[in-house]
Design a protein around this ligand. Structure first.
Ligand code: FRU
Length: 496
């Protein structure tokens, strides 16, 4: 359970030992504590005997590991993914004398059938009692029916749950969270891949919307695997409208949430008021193509990490209409106040940061304004290299700046792990009118890149022989009048 290993992320959530995958049961309680449950195999460092692990945090960076919350009844009945809510008004009847009763919804995964079960907690999510009447939702003989996500809508509960092989999300309603009635189906839109998993439906603030009616939209977020465009697993989302029983997407466009390969099964916290201007999500930073083969299990006894907590909202009037913004949530909690190096007018030159005296976690922040794409040379670019002074391994990336800019990140020069699907170079593109910004968060074996005020994000894991400890960033070919601002910050370790 030590968080010292050379690949162990220092400010991301990972479990002390064993294998983790999807975030589950995420809710914010009335005291301001965030609860993260997660798919957990405590017995091995590959997927298998699925439990729900549990951790709590006040700020989403400093986590306290809690006892396992849900364990399987027997060896052929696993606890698969799901969600949690707070039943403030005791609609369920489980909580006669309290307003902080918690209900967890999960899939009971048996070889012959997957059904939905619930468990309730009188002690704010520490321990759960499995409902004796389980399952609460069942399609006889369906072995691919899973991942219930429940939320409150005006006067009733709503569940979205996946008919995995039909690329369909079922929408059910309930007055008491126990008896569920079918309401509608959301059927194939965008990518199918081979399976649809882990649906989320959440009310999203629209940037600049002020939070009033018509100033929010609903977001259906679905995880697809295998068969993602980059291989394996990925998330996609649909902005749309929801009336309590039916979801209607604004269009038929496939919007992919991440241009890297390691962001899957994102879940949004229950209990965040849309009027705060954000929702908060966490994803599982891995890919089913290779998650059971990454080297941390054999080497350090733990396998897989969650993404940074993400601030999410919708931005309208982008090239494809609504785009889901994804940014690090409150990174200041872990960021050193002063940069290791910084330059607010870098010009066409290079800046170097030596980070060897830190914990192997740092942030590169780049902002370019005053770009004039009509006069830019075709080589105009911003490039970075994040490297190890010991082994010379590196992650490189950058942006070719033009009206249609191309951005890339490359993990091919990392040598600690080899696997046929550990593909290395990724790219995206976006329109630059006069500014470019990106942030790169590095944490020992995970890198996340956020660009254009969160309109793009990429998540990648990597396993170097030696810690990456140096950042170089430079620009070339920028027009005069462009102003390049670069800063590199140490990030603080949050694990004891
Ligand atoms: C997604 C998923 C879910 C399932 C869980 C099992 O990664 O396949 O559909 O509930 O993992 O661990």
């Amino acid at each position: 359970g030590s968080y010292d290993g050379k690949w162990r992320p220092q400010l991301h959530f990972s479990a002390p030992r064993g294998f983790i995958n999807d975030p589950n049961g995420m809710y914010l309680d009335a005291t301001g504590t965030y609860h993260l449950y997660y798919q957990y195999n405590p017995l091995d460092t590959i997927a298998g005997t699925q439990h729900w692990g549990h951790a709590t945090s006040q700020d989403l960076y400093n986590w306290t590991n809690q006892p396992i919350a849900l364990a399987p009844n027997n060896a052929s009945s696993f606890i698969f993914s799901g969600s949690a809510v707070v039943d403030v008004n005791n609609t369920s009847g489980f909580f006669p004398n309290q307003t902080n009763g918690v209900i967890a919804f999960y899939t009971i995964a048996q070889p012959t059938e997957q059904t939905q079960g619930l468990a309730y907690s009188h002690d704010n999510g520490q321990s759960f009692i499995k409902y004796p009447g389980n399952p609460i939702l069942r399609i006889p003989g369906d072995v691919n029916f899973r991942d219930p996500k429940v939320f409150w809508y005006e006067h009733h509960w709503v569940m979205v749950v996946s008919y995995v092989l039909e690329f369909t999300v079922g929408i059910y309603t309930s007055p008491n969270a126990i008896t569920w009635t079918f309401a509608s189906n959301f059927t194939p839109h965008g990518l199918t891949g081979n399976q649809w998993e882990c649906p989320n439906l959440v009310e999203m603030p629209v940037e600049g919307g002020g939070g009033g009616e018509d100033e929010t939209m609903w977001l259906m977020y679905i995880s697809v695997q295998p068969g993602a465009p980059l291989g394996g697993s990925i998330g996609q989302y649909y902005p749309g409208r929801f009336n309590g029983t039916h979801f209607e997407a604004v269009d038929a466009v496939a919007r992919i949430a991440d241009w890297g390969k390691d962001n899957y099964a994102s879940q949004f916290f229950y209990g965040i008021d849309v009027a705060t201007g954000e929702q908060i999500s966490v994803g599982w930073a891995s890919n089913w193509q290779y998650t059971n083969y990454v080297p941390t299990g054999p080497a350090e006894g733990w396998q897989s990490v969650m993404t940074l907590p993400r601030t999410n909202y919708l931005r309208n009037a982008t090239r494809l209409g609504y785009t889901l913004v994804s940014l690090p949530h409150n990174i200041d909690v872990v960021r050193a106040s002063a940069p290791v190096v910084g330059n607010t007018s870098l010009g066409n030159s290079t800046l170097r940061a030596d980070l060897a005296d830190g914990d192997g976690a740092f942030l590169l922040d780049v902002n370019v304004t005053g770009i004039n794409t009509t006069v830019l040379s075709s080589s105009a670019s911003v490039n970075f290299t994040i490297s190890s002074s010991k082994s010379r391994e590196s992650i490189t990336g950058g942006t070719l700046v033009a009206t249609d800019s191309t951005q890339w990140i490359d993990r091919r020069n990392i040598r600690g792990w080899d696997h046929p699907f550990n593909t290395g170079r990724f790219s995206t593109s976006f329109v630059v009118t006069n500014s470019l910004d990106f942030q790169v968060v590095v944490d020992r074996s995970i890198v996340e890149m956020f660009s254009q005020r969160g309109e793009r994000s990429a998540t990648l894991v990597y396993y170097p022989e030696e810690l990456l400890d140096t950042v170089q960033v430079g620009t070339k070919g920028m027009n005069s009048g462009a102003r390049v601002s670069v800063a590199v910050y140490q990030l603080r370790r949050t694990w004891p």
